[in-house]
Design a binder for this molecule. Structure first.
Ligand SMILES: C[S@@+](CC[C@H](N)C(=O)[O-])C[C@H]1O[C@@H](n2cnc3c(N)ncnc32)[C@H](O)[C@@H]1O
Length: 265
């Protein structure tokens, strides 16, 4: 995978990798890992299936809806107030490991709703990155199956989606608000996605991505997240994720019911 497609999974948790390869061993009717390796040699197309089971793209609009409620009711109004006080006209968001785009688009919808009610000159940038180019392509198309939108409130669905056959298409206004690009969270050359130029994010969502990595590599990622967050910036993690050793004191938990942290100064 590394030689042919540039995917380096060496730092991922072994147990996770084993489970995923095992899936393909069963699906291809191979007897064991060795036999599967031979199968791969003779069936080059199988590599795509293997990559697909490694880069699990499961996501949904408003996944862990409590976090999104908290962002919209507490964090966004507070951030706008703080920005106004500091005469800062830029608000920057990063969805790191955005999969098919449900997460950054959920943020765009929340901001869009807020901005309809508030008059402001603040310029909003939402950067969304992933290591999976196929997922990024689908994200920029903004078309979803029912599973992705199932948890959306009816009012939001009516306002921001149109049904096209079996698919649900996101509103072009929302689509315009998100900038998708390729970025590997283990990239040693760039601390932030090059498209964002300088980082300085007010909110970073890195949810259900860290669970892939062993603790050493989680540290590399936490270091990036810490360095690219603004002072007092917010870090939103997945429900099963917590800051690793060395970063526990660098992020203080904001709220008990969801994994929302704030950069300690
Ligand atoms: C389960 S999805 C999470 C999507 C979304 N954040 C959410 O919580 O619904 C995990 C995503 O992380 C991406 N990913 C895995 N390793 C990565 C890496 N090294 N750099 C960037 N993204 C990565 C995968 O391609 C996948 O799209």
């Amino acid at each position: 995978m590394k030689e042919q497609r540039g995917f380096d999974f060496t730092e991922y948790r072994t147990s996770m990798l084993e489970r995923r390869v095992q899936k393909r061993v069963y699906s291809t009717n191979c007897r064991n890992f060795d036999n599967y390796l031979e199968y791969l040699d003779h069936h080059p197309g199988e590599l795509d299936n293997l990559i697909d089971v490694f880069t699990i793209n499961v996501s949904r609009f408003y996944r862990n809806s409590l976090s999104f409620e908290y962002i919209s009711k507490i964090i966004i109004p507070e951030l706008f107030l703080a920005k106004a006080k500091e005469n800062d006209n830029n608000l920057r968001i990063w969805s790191a490991g955005c999969s098919f785009g449900e997460e950054p688009y959920s943020m765009a919808i929340i901001f869009n709703e807020f901005l309809r009610k508030e008059e402001t000159s603040i310029k909003l940038n939402i950067f969304a990155t992933d290591i999976d180019k196929k997922a990024l392509k689908r994200a920029s198309e903004g078309c979803y199956g029912f599973n992705s939108i199932e948890k959306i409130k009816f009012g939001i669905f009516k306002k921001f989606f149109t049904k096209e056959g079996e698919q649900f298409k996101i509103d072009p206004e929302i689509k315009k608000m998100v900038q998708f690009s390729f970025y590997d969270l283990l990239d040693e050359k760039h601390i932030v996605p090059p498209e964002s130029i300088f980082g300085s994010f007010d909110i970073i969502l890195c949810r259900n991505v860290l669970i892939y990595f062993n603790l050493d590599y989680q540290k590399i990622i936490f270091n990036k997240l810490y360095r690219s967050l603004n002072k007092n910036g917010y870090l939103i993690l997945g429900e099963a994720e917590v800051p690793v050793e060395g970063f526990k004191h660098k992020f203080r938990r904001e709220n008990k019911c969801c994994k929302i942290y704030r950069k300690s100064s």
